[in-house]
Design a protein around this ligand. Structure first.
Ligand code: GLU
Length: 434
């Protein structure tokens, strides 16, 4: 054997870097370091696994409706593909940075490994403001980005999906552009596409459904009945609104939700279905919704609700919020909503944090189902999708809980240990190609 997983050289981990709140990659690495030490990860593997394997940066020229050409910066980061083709969404936002995409790609690697989905991790992003762009401009942007990355994407290579501000329509354009270049329809190249193009039933709701499943599992562990629990959800996009709806359907009282227009609170419980309809009919936001009391983002995060679901974006729960929150369970629907500085506070307070790589893994799990269905040309019922999703989420939750228990660490670190161990073991079996 050329080298071993068990080499016990003195581990040389990273020099501790000054805390930078705006750097999600550092947030990810701080947790990675703790898990790597527990695993006594071979230092060479450490060095390899903490870096993305490839970074693509592309300048995407788009002819705007005005006739002017505007150039957008696009990224695709392949963090790792030891377990299989790399997988991860594409986000469109004005403040996307390469470091953020690197972190998100790394989280995808650990997430896929943790839930036993045979994919590596990747993420894409384009610096743009989709709210200021027409559908035609968004289509041209998506198609040119896909054409630029034609050699990177592929059903056996790298498979994109939706993420923040991207949706089924955008995935349909990715599919079409890729297929036109490939000279054949290649529906397994992208997931989260419309059902009529080979998308999976249940994919749109999958992340929110997974959030609900692990919340139920956590409540069982803590001996809490859903009907006795109040819930606050930050974010009312695809993940937040579905999670709120399904948690309410389980009997929880959803007392607060928020979106970009602010927080909405009702002590007696919000009518989530009514709020979803309101959003559909009012330009996509809750602005002006009347059956609730307005609250601030900070008030929502520090409410006395039993369950807090941050399902908006990164870096929302800092040390102060952690100190003040009344939640007993935090379920990270978003990627990276909790800063490392808050982890210890929450752990000391006995708050059970279901980490992002576990809590929001329902999306990529059903993406995997979608890819399997596309390749078989045989499509499952929604009931079958949901049943299998439920089983995989519960299984991952139980295993991460057990790992955390064994090492006497938080559920987050337990989840990282599981994900990293799986990738490191595959790497050891494959060896380093010279
Ligand atoms: N963007 C989602 C995530 O962060 C889904 C990725 C996928 O389905 O590939 O997990």
């Amino acid at each position: 054997m050329p080298f071993s997983f068990d080499v016990h050289e003195p581990a040389v981990y990273r020099e501790p870097a000054p805390i930078d709140h705006d750097d999600p990659f550092q947030s990810m690495m701080e947790r990675f370091d703790v898990a790597a030490e527990i695993l006594e990860l071979n230092p060479g593997f450490y060095e390899y696994l903490c870096r993305p394997s490839r970074i693509h940066i592309t300048s995407v020229p788009v002819e705007m409706d005005s006739g002017r050409v505007k150039v957008f910066e696009g990224y695709r980061v392949i963090h790792n593909n030891v377990l299989g083709p790399s997988k991860g969404g594409i986000r469109y936002a004005p403040d996307v940075t390469l470091n953020e995409v690197k972190a998100l790609a790394g989280w995808m690697t650990w997430k896929c490994a943790l839930v036993d989905v045979p994919f590596g991790g990747a993420k894409g992003g384009i610096v743009c403001d989709p709210s200021e762009m027409s559908p035609k401009e968004l289509e041209r942007l998506t198609r040119r980005y896909t054409a630029d990355l034609f050699d990177v994407f592929g059903p056996d290579k790298d498979i994109p999906a939706p993420d923040m501000n991207t949706n089924e329509q955008i995935m349909a354009w990715v599919l079409d552009t890729y297929s036109m270049h490939a000279r054949r329809t290649e529906n397994a190249v992208v997931t989260g596409k419309p059902v009529g193009l080979g998308g999976s039933r249940g994919r749109r709701e999958a992340t929110g459904r997974g959030v609900m499943t692990v919340t139920m599992a956590a409540m069982e562990r803590l001996g809490l009945a859903p009907s006795d629990c109040t819930v606050a959800v930050q974010g009312f996009g695809n993940v937040g609104s579905t999670a709120a709806e399904l948690l309410a359907a389980q009997g929880c009282t959803v007392v607060a939700v928020s979106d970009v227009t602010g927080g909405y609170y009702n002590e007696a419980g919000l009518d989530i279905k009514e709020m979803q309809t309101y959003v559909e009919q009012n330009g996509g936001t809750l602005d002006g919704y009347e059956n609730a009391q307005p609250i601030t983002n900070e008030e929502l995060l520090t409410l006395d609700a039993d369950v807090l679901v941050p399902a908006a974006k990164e870096d929302q729960i800092d040390r102060e919020i952690a100190e003040e929150t009344g939640a007993r369970i935090i379920v990270e629907g978003a990627n990276g909503p909790t800063l490392p500085e808050a982890d210890e506070v929450l752990q000391d307070k006995g708050v059970l944090v279901i980490p992002d790589i576990l809590a929001n893994a329902g999306g990529v799990t059903v993406s995997y189902f979608e890819w399997v269905q596309d390749r078989q040309g045989f499509f499952w019922t929604e009931e079958r999708v949901n049943r299998r999703l439920d089983r995989m989420m519960r299984d991952a939750f139980d295993k991460a809980y057990k790992t955390a228990d064994e090492h006497d660490v938080s559920l987050r670190i337990g989840a990282y240990v599981m994900g990293i161990r799986k990738v490191a073991e595959a790497l050891r079996m494959r060896g380093i190609y010279a």
